[in-house]
Design a protein around this ligand. Structure first.
Ligand code: NAD
Length: 406
């Protein structure tokens, strides 16, 4: 066993260390908030969350488990501690979540491995058959830089680039607090296709086909994948860029999954979530500056939300709501959770600040400190009640890890 003081080590937009006790406190904080709320009794009894260890997937698993009282299988790709290296944050999050869930009598299992592979799908199906009742809810929340195609073995690497023409924009170096200009060359056809292969809908469909063929889906099953639209400011790099094309492909998959689930009276959805700080969003050029200005504008209006709060509304006011509030579903049939982000008053303010923002006035116009604090919290740093100077156990085990890696 290895107890030691763990500090954040930030390299660009990633942090290479994670704090086990801090990650547990972060999960505990979200669990406590969810448990303080009332959820519809019609929620899922069993949930499968693919991409369950961080960000929106973790928040979904927390709401399913501690809000709706569901048993859950979580699929993710995380690293246990090895020698001097701490485990990844998602590993510690999952260890903490499973302990808290078991304490409350929930059934929880995890599969740690490449969700794009047939092996992980098979292992998940085996566990669902052996350990769970049929699945009422499948959340698809993967964010990955690459995918090995399970049939051809081809490795696809996604890129975050504009499409058609280059894009020059303000951006923020979050590690240094510097507002700078970035120029991004347009993606090649090959890069566009690779990004669609990684982040588009094919793998979601393969998961649903595998689950349906194995007979582990319940009548009335729902499946949800997450998308983002955002304002015009970010369209060249997001909505109209390579990632946006992949998301459009994901959206088109809804019809095929609906057809697959028809015999079960099941339904597939895209939920359009608001921008939040996660490991995935930190990697997108331009977006962290937008998020920093957005957070300030939303906090000033009292409508800022975290991943957890978004997922609470997804469950209580969208997926399992008796009556849908206005604006809950858009003309394309997507569940919208980004209404407060996209509120014209918020967007006008963000745009005004965008035109003015420089390194010197960033603190005045934006919320770089809030961004930085959220970023550190993703890795378990800066949580109240966690002493950063206290040595912490870095090794931990997922007791109900159904394989594969770790
Ligand atoms: P994240 O980086 O926090 O989480 C990614 C998850 O995917 C982790 O659990 C990770 O372990 C898992 N994962 C990655 N590669 C895997 C693999 N090969 N096999 C198994 N698991 C793997 O990301 P996030 O921001 O929460 O994104 C989740 C979804 O939400 C994405 O579809 C993203 O586009 C969408 N979304 C994000 C935002 C945002 O602002 N972050 C906004 C709207 C929608």
């Amino acid at each position: 066993m290895a107890r030691r003081v763990v500090e954040p080590k930030i390299r660009g937009f990633i942090c290479t260390t994670a704090h086990a006790a801090g990650c547990a406190a972060h999960v505990q904080e979200q669990v406590a908030r969810v448990e303080g709320k009332k959820f519809p009794s019609s929620g899922p009894g069993t949930a499968l969350i693919i991409g369950a260890s961080t960000g929106y997937g973790l928040a979904s698993r927390i709401v399913a488990t501690f809000g709706a009282g569901a048993d859950s299988l979580g699929v993710f790709f995380e690293r246990p501690a090895q020698g001097e290296r701490t485990a990844s944050a998602g590993w510690y999050n999952s260890v903490a979540l499973e302990r808290m869930a078991r304490e409350r009598g929930r059934r929880v299992w995890s599969v740690n491995g490449d969700a794009f592979s047939d092996a992980v799908k098979l292992r998940s199906v085996e566990l669902l058959r052996r350990e769970f009742r049929p699945v009422d809810l499948v959340i698809y929340s993967l964010a990955s830089p690459q995918r090995t195609h399970p049939r051809t073995g081809q490795l696809f690497r996604s890129v975050l680039k504009p499409v058609g023409q280059g894009f020059t924009s303000k951006t923020l170096h979050t590690d240094r607090g510097v507002v700078d200009t970035v120029h991004l060359e347009p993606a090649s056809e090959e890069e566009i296709a690779a990004t669609v292969a990684v982040m588009g809908g094919e793998d979601w469909l393969l998961w649903m086909e595998a689950l349906a063929a194995a007979g582990v889906l319940a009548d009335g099953v729902k499946s949800v994948a997450y998308g983002y639209l955002g304002p015009q400011l970010t369209w060249p790099i997001y909505r109209d860029g390579t990632i946006g094309l992949a998301k459009k492909d994901l959206e088109r998959t809804v019809d095929r999954i609906d057809a697959l689930l028809r015999p079960l009276q099941g339904k597939a959805h895209i939920a359009v979530n608001k921008a939040v700080v996660t490991q995935a969003s930190s990697a997108i050029p331009v977006v962290p500056l937008y998020i920093s200005l957005l957070f300030r504008a939303m906090k000033e209006r009292g409508c800022h939300e975290s991943c957890g709060e978004q997922m609470e509304r997804l469950f209580a006011e969208r997926l399992y709501a008796k009556n849908l509030p206005d604006g809950a579903v858009d003309g394309e049939g997507r569940l919208r959770l980004d209404g407060w982000e996209m509120d014209p008053a918020v967007q006008v303010e963000v745009l005004r600040r965008w035109q003015l923002v420089t390194t010197e006035n960033l603190r005045e116009l934006g919320d770089p400190d809030g961004y930085g604090a959220d970023f550190l919290r993703l890795f378990g740093f800066g949580l109240p009640g966690v002493d950063p100077l206290e040595p912490v156990e870095t090794e931990s085990f997922l007791e109900t890890c159904g394989g594969l890696a770790g």
